[in-house]
Structures are given as structure tokens and as C-alpha cells.
Design a protein around this ligand. Structure first.
Ligand SMILES: NC(=O)c1ccc[n+]([C@@H]2O[C@H](COP(=O)([O-])OP(=O)(O)OC[C@H]3O[C@@H](n4cnc5c(N)ncnc54)[C@H](O)[C@@H]3O)[C@@H](O)[C@H]2O)c1
Length: 596
């Protein structure tokens, strides 16, 4: 029989603690909520009231249930109020000495059989447990932010945590409607170990002016379907908390440089820019604690139109290539009303890409996404050619040929000879340096990257890649074209992986390394990222969809360009690719898809 928990204590009512109080009280458990001082207690109480009021306003909670929920919570200053509870969860700032002091005190105050739990994200639960005389009753219960919303709880057992305690806590998680994964005590557990390298990298991109905060966040939301971008997430987590987590992970997790907090984070903490809780972090909020972003001096001013920034008028577009991306891009331009000239390497290829575009447009008609007239109109705007000379009078060329530098460079040299002056020359490369293509022409200022995502007609995002030679009006034109296509564009520098792949693939590679180290299973790691961080797919699901060979190639490029030891491809990924386990396309990758 699992143990009944009738009352629990929560220590620290900040970002996490207040949410944890709500989770317990919502599920009919009495809570004693304690803070260090009266003002802090008041703040915590106000957070809880605001959150439950919001739930009522959104129709997610009955007013009567809210009152009952709040009645279950007793507020107090100091740990003495916790003498009768069955379980305590500590959620004070991420400092080992502070947590150890609190656990020593809890050990003194609490009933002998009370379970003592920490919500630490990165500190050693074992080191915290030895501050008590009952390390076998100490456990990690790691909730995710916001605690009332996120389904995942990581349960961390140390080498001495008793099996009964683990079982009781697992049963409690189920009662709270949470999904738990039980794991050993390692820095960052599952989710944070995979998340924080990514967050730190995103801050580094922002710090180096590689892309704006809005563009970095939009790229990850639109390119990967994440619920929020990394910088907005840093603000939600708390910049100070994120700093402590990174710092601890760096020191505990083998001094991986990717966890060494980038200098900007420390500067922001020192300056009091802590994120939502202080009203200002990477973004500015309506008031402290508010989720509402308000404009500040860094908010981009939308130009009146592209032409005010020197953008050029584009009416006729050439698309070179006959693969998946070219097919999608032709469709996107034709549907948006552009005249399109498709150029392939031969009549046969032209016939097959023409068929592919027709099939896709017909599917759109069947699904009610466009009318028959729109389909016919789009098809009527496309000419099919096997000769680059037909690009002499287009205003924009989008190159989507094979991902080989020599081929692309030769093509750009030809385009330079054929195309009229003032044309914008764009490459859809996802891994090659755009500047290489630019320098194959006599007009590098007119060359830009237009990185579409697959499938192009569906994916909202386009990365506009600016080289050190790209003219501002070329970028303005590219952005205006994306807007006319109904796409969101983000502008970034010419570095391997641009924004999305540079941030996504090292995370996927880290997940493979975690699996390789036997720390957890594919299912638990996928669960952790979906339920703890709201990702639409877990890393192994995504790798199987993307293709392990594609992932390996991108990861290799990132490693070769940036020489970051942490980016070295996971040996397991290499082995799976060698074995021909490439994911869904071969029936097997991290999972076997043949029987599904
Ligand atoms: N922020 C997140 O997204 C997140 C997610 C999961 C876990 N965590 C972990 O949860 C813990 C709390 O983080 P947070 O972001 O809520 O921090 P926070 O700074 O928002 O809140 C900490 C609270 O603890 C209180 N406190 C400090 N000393 C205390 C004491 N001696 N006694 C009682 N209360 C005290 C503070 O007044 C403050 O209200 C950390 O271990 C963190 O790593 C954070």
C-alpha cells in the first residue's frame, strides 16, 4: 500500500514553490507554505492568488474550488511550521550551502518518518541528503515550470534513497496527475541536461549579435514547433536561476564548456534583469511577475514597406533544382502570385517536377486549402525549362540543387553571367557557407541565403542569411518576398546551421549521448522533453523523422566549423548510420517502425 500524504510542506514560494503549492492544494492535499520573511511570504501568497484567479477567469477552475484550494494552504514564516507534515518539498534558490542548511533544519523540525524532497534542477541530491540524519528518506522531486501546467516530474533517487520512499513518491505523482520518470542523481537529470546547453548557446548567439532576440525565439518556435523561444524561456525560468543551474552543471557535469554560463547571463543577474519575476530580462514585461511582453528600445520597428529600406520589386522568380525543396518552393511562389521559371537539368526532370507540383496542388484542392481556379492559376504562372538562359529576365533566383559546394558555386558563376543586373541571387543551402556562393559571382552584395524548411508549403519559417558582403537592400528584398509568401522570416549571420539547426542538432546529439551512457531510455527521454518542456516530439522521435544520416551530416558540419568538442557527433549516431538504421525512411532508426 502506498503511503497516504495528507499534508505537505513547501519551502520557498518563488517561481517554482508557488506553483508547487498550487499543484498539491488543487489535488486535495493540505499545504503548509513557508518563506524566509513576511514580505517574501506575501509575494508568494500573491503569486498563488493571481495564478488561481487566472485559472478561474479562463474557466479552468470553479470559483468555489479556488476558495477550497486556497483554504487548504497555511502560510508561515520559518521552518518550524512544518513539524507535522508528511513530506516537504524545498524550492529555495539553487545554492548547495543554502539547501544543506535548510535540510539540516528540516531534519530537526520534521517528524521522523517525513520524506524530505528537493526541487533542485542541477545540484546533487546526494550532497543535500547527507546534511540530514535520514538520507534514505531524501529524494529529488523535480517539477517543471509552470508547475501547475507541465505534466512531467523527474523523481531522483540517490544511492541511499529507500525503495519505499521512491514508490511512495511515484504514487503521489500519479495522484497529482503527473507523469514521472525515475532516474539516478546526475547533473541536470534528463530534461535540463538536454535543455541548458541549448539555452546557453541561444544566449551566446544573441550576445554576439548573430540574430535579434525576436528572431532567435521565432526561429525555434516556427522551425521546431517549440512552445516558446529560448530567450523567452530564460525569462520564464529566471535568469538568476538559469545562471546557477548552468554554473552547477558546468562544475558537476564534466566541465563541458557549453554549460559555462555566457558572460551576458551573469551581467544580467548583476543588473537585476532576472526575467519575468523582476519585470525585465531578455524582454520587458508589463510589471514584475507578468507574462505580458511590452515594447522596449530593442523592439524592432516594422518598416512601412520593404522599399523604404531599399528593397527591390520582385515579380518573376527562377527556381533551380528538381528535388523536394525545389518542388515546394515553386509551389509556394506560384501560389503567392509570382511568375515562376523552373529550371532543371533536363526535360525528363522538368516533367517529373511538373508532375510533383501538380500532385501537391491537387492535394491542396482535395483538402480544401485552395480552389481549382487557384490551382490552375498557379500552374499557369509556371514555365518549365531545362536551360539556365531562361533566367535572363527574372528578378530573383532561388537555387535548390544538390548540397555540394562545387555544384552550387558553378551554378552561381553561371547565374552571374546570365542574369540581369539587380537580380537577387538566393541559395537554400542548409549547411554550406553562403559567402562561398556569393564569391563565385561578381556581385556578392546581391547574394543571400533563403533557408526554407521542409515541406516548404507548410512550414512558416524562412531563415534569411546575410553574409558579410550582402547589401542591406538585398536583405530587405528577401524579407519582403518572405512576407509576400505569407512566411515569417528571421535574419541571421552566415554560420553553420544558421539559427535553427545550430540550436537543434547539438541537443539531439546530446540526447543520443545520454542514451549511449545508459542514463535513461529512449521512451523516458522523449517523455521528458515532451511533458517537461512542451516539445511536440521527443529527440528520438524527431531523429527518426529527420533521418539519422541527415542529423549526422549536420552535426559533423557544426563540429567542423565551430570545433566545439561538445558538438562531436555521438558514436552511437555514427554506428546507427553505418548500420543503415536511418530512421523512418529505412524502417528502423532509434525505434523499429516496421511493425507500427
Ligand atoms: N525556475 C525554474 O524554471 C525551475 C524549474 C524547476 C526547478 N527549479 C528549481 O527550483 C528551486 C527554486 O527555484 P526558483 O526559480 O523557484 O527560485 P526563485 O528565486 O524564484 O524562488 C526562491 C524562493 O525561495 C525563497 N527563500 C530563500 N531562502 C529561503 C529560506 N531560507 N527559507 C524559505 N524560503 C527561502 C525566496 O524568498 C524565494 O521566494 C531551485 O532549486 C531551482 O533550481 C527551478
Amino acid at each position: 500500500m502506498a503511503r497516504e500524504f495528507t499534508s505537505v510542506g513547501v519551502v520557498g514560494l518563488g517561481t517554482m514553490g508557488a506553483g508547487i503549492v498550487e499543484v498539491f492544494a488543487r489535488n486535495g492535499i493540505d499545504v503548509v507554505a513557508v518563506e524566509i520573511s513576511a514580505p517574501a511570504l506575501e509575494r508568494g501568497q500573491a503569486t498563488l492568488t493571481r495564478s488561481t484567479d487566472r485559472a478561474v477567469a479562463k474557466g479552468k477552475l470553479d470559483p468555489a474550488d479556488r476558495d477550497a484550494l486556497l483554504d487548504r494552504v497555511t502560510f508561515a514564516v520559518g521552518l518550524d511550521a512544518l513539524h507535522a507534515v508528511d513530506l516537504v518539498i524545498e524550492a529555495v534558490p539553487e545554492h548547495l550551502d543554502l539547501k544543506q542548511r535548510i535540510f539540516a533544519e528540516l531534519d530537526r523540525v520534521c517528524k521522523p518518518d517525513a520524506i524530505l524532497a528537493t526541487n533542485t534542477s542541477s545540484l546533487s541530491v546526494t550532497e543535500i541528503s547527507v546534511a540530514t540524519s535520514r538520507p534514505n528518506q531524501v529524494i529529488g522531486i523535480h517539477f517543471f515550470n509552470p508547475a501547475p501546467v507541465m505534466k512531467l516530474v523527474e523523481v531522483i533517487r540517490t544511492v541511499v534513497t529507500s525503495a519505499d520512499v521512491v514508490a511512495d513518491v511515484e504514487a503521489l505523482c500519479a495522484r497529482l496527475g503527473k507523469v514521472d520518470v525515475t532516474i539516478n542523481d546526475r547533473a541536470g537529470f534528463i530534461a535540463n541536461a538536454l535543455l541548458f546547453g541549448y539555452l546557453n548557446h541561444a544566449v551566446a548567439l544573441f550576445e554576439s549579435n548573430y540574430a535579434s532576440r525576436e528572431d532567435i525565439d521565432a526561429a525555434m518556435k516556427l522551425g521546431c514547433g517549440l512552445p516558446m523561444g529560448p530567450l523567452a524561456l530564460m525569462d520564464l525560468i529566471g535568469v538568476d536561476t538559469a545562471y546557477e543551474i548552468l554554473d552547477t552543471m558546468y562544475r558537476r557535469g564534466g566541465r563541458d564548456r557549453r554549460h559555462a554560463p555566457v558572460p551576458l547571463i551573469k551581467q544580467m543577474v548583476t543588473a537585476g534583469l532576472l526575467g519575468r519575476k523582476s519585470g525585465r530580462g531578455f524582454y520587458t514585461y508589463e510589471r514584475p511577475g507578468s507574462p505580458v511582453v511590452v515594447p522596449d528600445e530593442a523592439t524592432p520597428v516594422a518598416p512601412a514597406d520593404a522599399f523604404s529600406e531599399g528593397g527591390r520589386a520582385i515579380a518573376k522568380v527562377g527556381v533551380v533544382g528538381s528535388g523536394t525543396m525545389a518542388t515546394g518552393i515553386i509551389e509556394v511562389f506560384a501560389r503567392a502570385g509570382y511568375e515562376v521559371v523552373s529550371v532543371t537539368r533536363g526535360a525528363e526532370k522538368s516533367a517529373s517536377i511538373c508532375e510533383a507540383v501538380k500532385t501537391s496542388l491537387n492535394k491542396g484542392v482535395v483538402r480544401g486549402k485552395l480552389s481549382e481556379e487557384e490551382r490552375d492559376g498557379a500552374l499557369g504562372r509556371i514555365t518549365w525549362s531545362a536551360t539556365l538562359d531562361h533566367l535572363a529576365d527574372v528578378d530573383l533566383v532561388v537555387e535548390a540543387v544538390v548540397e555540394e559546394l562545387s555544384v552550387k558555386k558553378a551554378l552561381f558563376a553561371s547565374l552571374d553571367e546570365i542574369c540581369k543586373p539587380g537580380v537577387v541571387l538566393a541559395t537554400t543551402t542548409s549547411s554550406l557557407p553562403v559567402i562561398e556562393m556569393a564569391m563565385a559571382t561578381q556581385r556578392p552584395a546581391d547574394v543571400v541565403g533563403l533557408h526554407f524548411f521542409n515541406p516548404a508549403p507548410v512550414m512558416q519559417l524562412v531563415e534569411v542569411v546575410r553574409t558579410i558582403r550582402t547589401a542591406p537592400e538585398t536583405v530587405a528584398t528577401a524579407r519582403a518576398v518572405c512576407a509576400a509568401l505569407g512566411k515569417s522570416s528571421v535574419v541571421c549571420g552566415d554560420r553553420s546551421g544558421f539559427v535553427v539547426n545550430a540550436l537543434l542538432f547539438p541537443y539531439l546529439n546530446d540526447a543520443v549521448k545520454m542514451l549511449e551512457a545508459s542514463y535513461s531510455t529512449t521512451d523516458d527521454i522523449d517523455h521528458a522533453m515532451k511533458l517537461g518542456c512542451g516539445y511536440p516530439m521527443g529527440p528520438f522521435e524527431l531523429l527518426d523523422v529527420v533521418g539519422l544520416d541527415v542529423a549526422l551530416a549536420i552535426q559533423r558540419e557544426l563540429y567542423l566549423e565551430l570545433r566545439e568538442p561538445g558538438f562531436a557527433p555521438a558514436p552511437l549516431l555514427e554506428h546507427l548510420v553505418t548500420a543503415g538504421y536511418l530512421g523512418r525512411k529505412t524502417g528502423r532508426g532509434f525505434r523499429d517502425h516496421t511493425h507500427r
